[in-house]
Ligand binder design. Structure first.
Ligand SMILES: Nc1ncnc2c1ncn2[C@@H]1O[C@H](COP(=O)(O)OP(=O)(O)OP(=O)(O)O)[C@@H](O)[C@H]1O
Length: 305
């Protein structure tokens, strides 16, 4: 696997405000990395540093081994960037706008038409070429923002809140596009919505107050043995200790228990045993992953248990 992006001790201050502190980050080929965090966490700042549109106060970024500060032109050729507010020109037609972007990117004149067609095709804009940018729906404007970011076929695609403001259908379409683009480039995207990054990313970093608080693989950190139970009657909690399917029982507040299944036991076995034991079961659900716990702790949305 090839390392596309490597950020080392990346920090940025604005005056006295430390927006980003000592961030370490790598992105490998085929990966979709999600930067997750509440408003003001430092996501956009981090993405701007990685895209080379903002200089770090300290630390460095390498794009396929090229130092972004020392050889910015070479490094930036490999990067496509969709900022939080895409620089679209409403008075231009889609083709005019993309042609303009292609020229800015230094694509040779004879390759511009082919680059335009390829980017439009990837983003489902084949038939939108003559439409005025200002008349596109928000979802199509976002597709156009991505089309301008991939027009020069970058190896690294950086997307700042790509699904922000879209309706659920547009979000679904954009997620499919992002997954599809991941066959060709590594992708880093930001979001402040947990299910969003869970749906589309295979690796997640949580930023909070400019620092990395979690860096992991959401699919891998879910422990299938860990379950959460809520009983109707707290007096019945003792009966849990006698169940064959359970290895450990940890009481939480308000008749809630965190339980660990024995190897080989399933949640269905546990449910059957609970019913057979005459327990008044109100809830049985998979325990949150580390990712979910860190996120809910940071955003204050975790239940009181
Ligand atoms: N150009 C700037 N000048 C001064 N402060 C800035 C500047 N850009 C960002 N900040 C501050 O740095 C911090 C991080 O901002 P950033 O935009 O990176 O957060 P974010 O996680 O992207 O938030 P959001 O989800 O709201 O976009 C915030 O406190 C913000 O006010």
């Amino acid at each position: 696997m090839e390392t596309l992006v490597r950020a080392t001790a990346l920090s940025r201050r604005f005056g006295r405000h430390q927006a980003l502190s000592e961030v370490e980050l790598t992105l490998d080929t085929g990966q979709v990395l999600g930067l997750l965090g509440p408003n003001g966490a430092g996501k956009s700042t981090c993405l701007r540093l990685l895209a080379g549109v903002l200089a770090p106060s300290s630390g460095r970024v390498e794009i396929l081994g090229t130092d972004l500060a020392r050889q910015p032109r070479l490094a930036k050729r490999r990067i496509g960037y969709l900022p939080e507010r895409p620089p679209l020109h409403p008075e231009l037609r889609v083709d005019e706008y993309l042609r303009f972007c292609a020229r800015l990117r230094g694509i040779p004149r004879e390759r511009i038409n082919a680059s335009l067609d390829a980017a439009k095709h990837r983003c489902g804009l084949d038939r939108a070429g003559r439409q005025l940018v200002g008349t596109l729906s928000k979802g199509y404007q976002q597709r156009l923002g991505i089309a301008q970011a991939i027009i020069h076929r970058p190896r690294v695609l950086i997307l700042d809140e790509p699904t922000e403001g879209l309706d659920p259908y547009q979000i679904r379409a954009l997620r499919a596009l992002i997954r599809d683009l991941a066959h060709e480039c590594g992708i880093i995207l930001s979001s402040h919505i947990l299910p969003e990054v869970q749906a589309v990313c295979d690796r997640v970093m949580i930023l909070h107050q400019g620092r990395v608080r979690y860096d992991g693989y959401p699919a891998a950190d879910h422990n299938p043995h860990l379950w959460r139970i809520r009983l109707g009657d707290p007096e019945q909690g003792e009966r849990l200790h006698a169940l064959d399917s359970l290895d450990q029982v940890s009481p939480l507040a308000e008749a809630r228990y965190r339980v660990v299944l024995k190897d080989g036991a399933s949640a269905a076995d546990l449910a059957r045993e609970l019913v057979a034991a005459g327990v008044d079961l109100h809830e049985l659900h998979a325990e949150r992953s580390d990712l979910e716990r860190v996120f809910f702790d940071l955003t204050g949305a975790e239940e009181s248990t």
